[in-house]
Design a binder for this molecule. Structure first.
Ligand SMILES: NC(=O)c1ccc[n+]([C@@H]2O[C@H](COP(=O)([O-])OP(=O)(O)OC[C@H]3O[C@@H](n4cnc5c(N)ncnc54)[C@H](O)[C@@H]3O)[C@@H](O)[C@H]2O)c1
Length: 268
């Protein structure tokens, strides 16, 4: 395992969740150097500075984690610090490898990583695509991301916006479903706090069961629905004219299309 230093240029919600996950996985704190304008400390042993360093990054993994539209402003200040031994990792939604290469022409390797917030617990999903998957530092990045949960190489960059919608945004969609489950129970008379507790644990248990099972979720759903019983009546509502499937498809389409717009905005 390489012990390359890891710079986090921009460390808000998402990069902060990744760093929390790496610390849970016992990565040494002295590997990490945060640059964020606020200079707000992260935790014991983690170096935080409010400005970019004076000298170059050298051989390091440099992860950029600011908002996609900031790339054009921030990259010029970083450019002289990035050399052929530097690996740039971008978690910016939408922003394509070609745009990143224009922003960092001297970088050795460029990798896009698309994490989600459960990485903070080591239970996230990280989509990956590299300029050169067999090239320098790609395996180091994959090893690092695998400490955060499921890390998957994506073969075609055109699908990266779909990955961003499915697993990057996915927790938000699942949280909405949890809320809806709880509010449904509440509307039918349950105590709100109790309904929320039970909804969250139901989703947690169902996710673990689905994760450990060889069966598809559709089969597991059928096992819950006893013939002639009450679950089928509920599933009939979700399945009527594929109501839930259509809603989720439209949700992913909308998120994917915004990722494509952000890619376009970053190209300008
Ligand atoms: N939130 C998510 O679930 C999620 C998931 C996957 C990818 N992303 C991507 O992560 C990125 C950050 O999203 P977020 O939700 O963490 O946003 P955020 O606003 O919480 O974090 C942005 C960070 O950028 C920093 N920043 C601003 N100006 C900077 C500068 N000049 N130099 C260095 N750092 C600067 C901010 O201080 C902050 O730490 C986005 O590009 C987004 O597409 C987010």
């Amino acid at each position: 395992m390489s012990e390359l230093p890891i710079w986090l240029i921009g460390c808000g919600n998402m990069a902060g969740a990744m760093l929390a996950g790496w610390l849970v996985a016992d990565e040494p704190t002295d590997r990490f150097r945060i640059v964020r304008p606020s200079g707000v400390p992260f935790g014991s042993g983690i170096s935080v500075q409010s400005h970019l360093p004076q000298s170059g990054f050298g051989e390091a993994i440099v992860q950029i984690g600011f908002k996609p539209h900031m790339l054009a402003d921030i990259a010029p200040d970083m450019r002289s610090l990035v050399g052929p031994e530097t690996c740039i990792v971008s978690i910016l939604a939408g922003v394509e490898l070609a745009t990143l290469r224009e922003a960092f022409p001297d970088a050795g390797q460029i990798v896009r990583a698309m994490p989600n917030t459960p990485v903070a617990l080591g239970k996230g999903v990280v989509g990956l695509i590299a300029e050169d998957e067999q090239g320098e530092h790609a395996a180091d990045v994959a090893t690092l991301m695998a400490k955060l949960g499921l890390a998957e190489w994506i073969a075609d960059e055109r699908l990266f916006d779909v990955v961003t919608a499915l697993s990057g945004s996915g927790p938000a969609f699942v949280f909405r479903f949890m809320d809806a489950l709880a509010r449904g129970g509440e509307a039918l008379g349950l105590d709100p706090a109790q309904a929320l507790r039970m909804a969250v644990e139901t989703v947690r248990g169902a996710a673990e069961l689905a994760g450990q099972s060889d069966e598809r979720p559709a089969t597991l759903a059928d096992r819950v629905a006893s013939p002639g019983g009450s679950t089928r009546k509920g599933l009939d509502i979700l399945d009527d004219d594929e109501a839930l499937a259509k809603l989720v498809h439209a949700t992913l389409e909308a998120a994917t299309s915004r990722n494509r717009e952000m890619a376009e905005e970053a190209r300008r």
